[in-house]
Design a protein around this ligand. Structure first.
Ligand SMILES: NC(=O)C1=CN([C@@H]2O[C@H](COP(=O)(O)OP(=O)(O)OC[C@H]3O[C@@H](n4cnc5c(N)ncnc54)[C@H](O)[C@@H]3O)[C@@H](O)[C@H]2O)[C@H](O)CC1
Ligand SMILES: [K+]
Length: 506
C-alpha cells in the first residue's frame, strides 16, 4: 500500500463505524507486544513521539506497557499541547496511566543501552518532507543510542522513509524491527527501505475487509506460492513440441557467452526445443557443452541488419517464442531490422540487452507490435529506453515500470534489487527474492532465456515474466546459500533453476 491508500482505507474504516481510537489502541498494543520481544532482561522502553497519529500509537504503546508494569517513559518530540484528535487523547491517557513524558529538549540527556528498546513513533505515513529540526535531532539520537546497543522498534515505518518509494526523504531511522499496521507499505519492501525497517511484522488492527476492498492495491508483492502457481505442471503425455519451441537470437564475437547463458536459461527453463541463431563464428563457443541446443548460422557479418531478415524469419518458422538481445551485434541498422522481424514473425518475444539498446532509438515502434512482448531492462537500459536517467528510474521503480508498460503495451521486467514486473494494465508486482550476488555478468542472459522458455510454453507475457523473475531470483538465493554472494556465477543460477522446479514440483 501507499500512504494515500492507507489513508483511504483508514478513512473508509472510520466512515464504516470503526472509531479511529480503536484502530490506534490495537496499533499501540501490537507495538507494545513487539517491544517486549525485543527488550532484554531488565530493559526499559522509551517512546519517542511525534505530533501526528504515529506519535499517538507511541503514546498508546507506552501506556499499555506501563499498565503491564514495564519500565517505560516517553519523549515528546512535538509539543503535546499541539496534538489533536486521537493522538491528543492517546497522550492524555498515557499521562493518566503514569507514563512520564519528557519534553524533546531532554533527548540529549536520554540514556539507553543493551536491553533497552526505543520506539520510533516520530513520523509514519504522514511524512510530507525531509525531517529537520527536532525530528532530525531525534533521528540522529536514535542512531547514537542504537550504536550503543539499544534496539530501535519502528512504529508503522522507520521515520523519514517514504512509504511509497522505499527511499528516505532525508534523515531516516535505521530500525531493528518494524511493526506495520494493516498492510505492508511499499517502502518496507523496496530497497533501501527494506533494510532500514529490519524485521517487518504486519499486524491486524481491525481494518474491516470492506474498507480494504474499497481500495484496490496498485502494487502486489509476488509470493513464492503465487509464482509457483503461474508455472503449469507438465501434462503426463507431454512431448517436446508441447513444451515449446524457442528461438534465441544472441551472441557476437566477444559475447558468445551471452548466447551460451541465454541457452542455459532457456533449456533449464523447460523449453522443449531451443535453437540459437547467431553468426557462424559465435556458434562453437555458444554451443560448447550444450548438446541439447540446435543452431542456425546467420550468414553475413557485423551488426544485425536488414540482410538478416529473411534468415531470421525462416528460423522463426514453427517457433512458439523468440528471445532477442543477449550480446547481439548491434549497429544503426539493427533497430529497424528487429522491428521488421517482430512485425512479420508475429511471435511472442523477449527483448533484452542490446535489443533494448537498439530499440532505445525508436521505442515508439514497440507499441505497434502484433504479438506480446516482454522487455527485461536493467535500470541503465530502462533509462535509455525511457529517455531519462538511472537516478530517475531508481527513484520510483514501480511507477517507472508501470508507466512504461502502459505506454509501450508490453510486459516490463525492471531488473535490480527487488525486481518489478509490470503489465500494460493492472498492478505491477514486486519480486521479494534475490540478492546482490546476482549483480554479476550473465545473470540477465539467463533470465531472458528462462522468460523465453515460459513464453514458448504458452504462458501469457505477464505470467511468464513474473514466474521467470521469481524463479530466477530464488535460484540466485539458493546459489548464494551454497556459494556465497561472491562465488555465485550466472551459470550456477541457470543450474539452480532445476532446484527451483524440483522445489515447486514442476
Ligand atoms: N493506517 C491506519 O489505519 C492507522 C494508522 N495509524 C497511524 O497513523 C500514522 C499516520 O498518521 P498521520 O497523523 O497521518 O501522520 P504522521 O503521524 O506520520 O505525521 C504527523 C504529522 O507530521 C507532519 N510532518 C510531516 N512530515 C514532517 C517532517 N518531516 N517533520 C516534521 N513534521 C512532519 C505532518 O504534518 C503530519 O500531519 C500511521 O503511520 C500510523 O502510525 C493509526 O494510529 C492507526 C490507524
Ligand atoms: K515511525
Amino acid at each position: 500500500m501507499t500512504a494515500a491508500e492507507m489513508r483511504a482505507i483508514d478513512g473508509a474504516a472510520i466512515a464504516g463505524g470503526v472509531p479511529g481510537m480503536a484502530l490506534m489502541e490495537r496499533a499501540g498494543a501490537a507495538v507494545a507486544r513487539a517491544a517486549l520481544v525485543l527488550r532484554g532482561p531488565g530493559g526499559r522502553v522509551v517512546a519517542l513521539c511525534g505530533g501526528g497519529n504515529n506519535g499517538g500509537d507511541g503514546y498508546v504503546a507506552a501506556r499499555v506497557l506501563a499498565e503491564a508494569g514495564v519500565p517505560v517513559s516517553a519523549v515528546a518530540i512535538a509539543a503535546p499541547d499541539a496534538l489533536r484528535g486521537d493522538a491528543r487523547a492517546a497522550h492524555e491517557a498515557a499521562v493518566r496511566g503514569g507514563v512520564g513524558v519528557a519534553p524533546g529538549a531532554e533527548l540529549a540527556a536520554l540514556r539507553a543501552g543493551p536491553g533497552d528498546v526505543l520506539l520510533d513513533a516520530l513520523l509514519g505515513t504522514g511524512l510530507a518532507r525531509a525531517a529537520g529540526g527536532a525530528f532530525a535531532a531525534a533521528i540522529a539520537r536514535l542512531a547514537e543510542l542504537r550504536a550503543g546497543g539499544a534496539k530501535v522498534l519502528a512504529v508503522d515505518l522507520p521515520s523519514g522513509l517514504s512509504a511509497d518509494t522505499g527511499r528516505p526523504l532525508g534523515p531516516c531511522v535505521q530500525a531493528d524491527a518494524t511493526v506495520t499496521f494493516g498492510f505492508l507499505k511499499r517502502g518496507l519492501v523496496l530497497h533501501p527501505g527494506a533494510e532500514l525497517a529490519g524485521a517487518v511484522e504486519v499486524v491486524d488492527i481491525g481494518l474491516p475487509r470492506a474498507a480494504a476492498e474499497a481500495v484496490p492495491p496498485t502494487a502486489e508483492l509476488l509470493t513464492e506460492e503465487e509464482a509457483r502457481a503461474l508455472v503449469p505442471p507438465r501434462p503426463p503425455e507431454a512431448h517436446k513440441g508441447d513444451a515449446g519451441r524457442l528461438l534465441v537470437v544472441a551472441g557476437s564475437p566477444g559475447k558468445s557467452g551471452a548466447a551460451h547463458l541465454a541457452l542455459a536459461g532457456a533449456l533449464r527453463g523447460g523449453a522443449g526445443l531451443v535453437t540459437l541463431a547467431a553468426r557462424a563464428e559465435v556458434l562453437p563457443f555458444a554451443l560448447a557443452g550444450r548438446p541439447e541446443a540446435m543452431s542456425l548460422a546467420l550468414p553475413g557479418e557485423g551488426p544485425l541488419g536488414p540482410g538478416d531478415l529473411e534468415a531470421l524469419l525462416a528460423a522463426a518458422h514453427g517457433m512458439d517464442a523468440v528471445v532477442i538481445g543477449p550480446g547481439i551485434p548491434r549497429g544503426p541498422e539493427t533497430a529497424a531490422a528487429l522491428h521488421a522481424f517482430l512485425a512479420r514473425a508475429r511471435l511472442p518475444a523477449v527483448l533484452d540487452a542490446d535489443a533494448l539498446n537498439a530499440l532505445a532509438e525508436r521505442p515508439d515502434l514497440l507499441a505497434a507490435l502484433p504479438a506480446p512482448v516482454v522487455l527485461t531492462p536493467h535500470p541503465g537500459e530502462m533509462a535509455r529506453l525511457a529517455g531519462t536517467t538511472i537516478a530517475e528510474v531508481q527513484r520510483d521503480r514501480l511507477a517507472v515500470a508501470a508507466a512504461r508498460a502502459r505506454a509501450w503495451g508490453c510486459a516490463v521486467v525492471l531488473k535490480g534489487a527487488r525486481t518489478v514486473v509490470a503489465a500494460p494494465s493492472g498492478a505491477p508486482a514486486i519480486v521479494p527474492a534475490g540478492n546482490p550476488g546476482l549483480a554479476t555478468g550473465g545473470t540477465g542472459d539467463v533470465l531472458a532465456g528462462l522468460t523465453g522458455a515460459l513464453l514458448a510454453g504458452h504462458l501469457p507475457p505477464f505470467d511468464a515474466a513474473r514466474a521467470a523473475a521469481f524463479a530466477h531470483a530464488l535460484a540466485g538465493d539458493l546459489c548464494a546459500a551454497r556459494l556465497g554472494q561472491r562465488g555465485l556465477l550466472a551459470s550456477d543460477v541457470a543450474g539452480a533453476l532445476g532446484e527451483v522446479w524440483a522445489r515447486w514440483g514442476r
